[in-house]
Design a protein around this ligand. Structure first.
Ligand code: SF4
Ligand code: SF4
Length: 319
């Protein structure tokens, strides 16, 4: 009997990335995440299944097309709002998707030649992923780069993640795992021999606040960070700096002290100032806007928080 090849589900693959580890990286974004950060700028990464996205700007209107209405087997698509055509001469009728009826079958996306409707989430076998990885090996060699497996939360597809890392190391490619750290230690431990660098998010130390805002407690994350450090793993720690959540002197003091505890395992701390550029992606999923809509932190505040961590002896950059 033929055995089915193991596959991983990805929502994006980006070459020439320069912010996800050393050198030029190929970043593989796996789909699915157990956290629900209200500032998430990749909401399409959160759900585990492949799902329908809708980009209004690309729709040519049901007067000229309407393919999606004809093919949906569940009647989930109906005429929606009006907007001016690109020339501004006509008004066109857009469509609307009733998510309670949609089962993400993808038939409308197949029929939508203008790609206004598209499915997010593609399954790849290890051979397919490695074929893509090998195309970028010359850039890795020139720049000291490699592969970064990110998400969503890549630790939640552990078997496939491990296979990618093993294969990359077999082929002499630098590996980084970009993670929230929220997974059982039994998932993380087997990755250690094949992971050159962990890009680990630290979003806050207060456990109650972390659970309330992000949706999961942080004890496991902090414990995993300590265990990785003890086992000889290396970190680039990332702090998404979020107004009204973790941008205070006290929050940075707590996070800084925790990071110092990790000792030489920490190569650099990267501060990621909150931005709201992901709002449009929430609209494509027709979900309500992220809970958090805030003004990005000022340069002065970012510089002050950077200095605060540097004063604790940490090597800090602002992305
Ligand atoms: S993905 Fe399938 S069920 Fe959902 S709107 Fe499209 S055709 Fe209908
Ligand atoms: S198939 Fe695509 S372009 Fe055509 S009406 Fe539907 S969403 Fe718009």
């Amino acid at each position: 009997m033929e055995t089915k090849a193991l596959t991983g589900k990805f929502y994006d693959i980006q070459g020439f990335s320069v912010h996800d580890g050393p050198g030029i990286r190929l970043t593989l974004f796996m789909k699915g995440c157990p956290l629900r950060c209200p500032w998430c700028h990749s909401p399409e990464s959160q759900a585990f299944p492949t799902e329908l996205n809708w980009m209004e700007i690309k729709c040519v209107g049901i007067e000229k097309c309407g393919n999606c209405l004809k093919v949906c087997p569940h009647g989930a698509i109906s005429p929606g709002g009006k907007k001016k055509s690109l020339t501004g001469d006509d008004e066109i009728t857009l469509v609307t998707v009733d998510r309670s009826k949609c089962d993400n079958c993808g038939k409308c996306a197949e029929a939508c030649t203008s790609k206004a409707l598209y499915m997010c989430g593609t399954d790849y076998t290890l051979d397919e992923i490695m074929e893509r990885v090998r195309r970028d090996v010359p850039f890795f060699k020139k720049s000291g780069g490699g592969v970064t497996v990110s998400g969503g939360e890549c630790l939640w597809q552990p078997e496939f993640l491990l296979e990618i890392l093993k294969k990359c190391k077999e082929e002499g490619i630098h590996t980084a795992v970009d993670t929230t750290g929220y997974a059982k230690w039994e998932v993380i431990e087997p990755l250690l021999p094949y992971t050159d660098l962990f890009l680990l998010d630290i979003k806050g130390i207060d456990p109650e606040l972390h659970k309330r805002v992000v949706g999961v407690p942080n004890e496991l994350i902090l414990e995993n960070a300590r265990k990785i450090a003890k086992a000889g793993g290396k970190f680039q720690i990332r702090i998404p700096t979020i107004p009204m959540y973790n941008d205070s002197v006290k929050a940075f003091d707590d996070m800084g002290k925790f990071i110092v505890e990790l000792g030489d395992a920490v190569e650099v701390v990267q501060l990621l100032p909150y931005h709201n550029l992901g709002t449009v992606k929430w609209e494509r999923l027709q979900r309500s806007a992220p809970i958090l809509e805030a003004t990005p932190p000022s340069d002065e505040l970012m510089q002050a928080r950077k200095k605060q961590l540097e004063d604790l002896g940490l090597n800090v950059i602002i992305h």
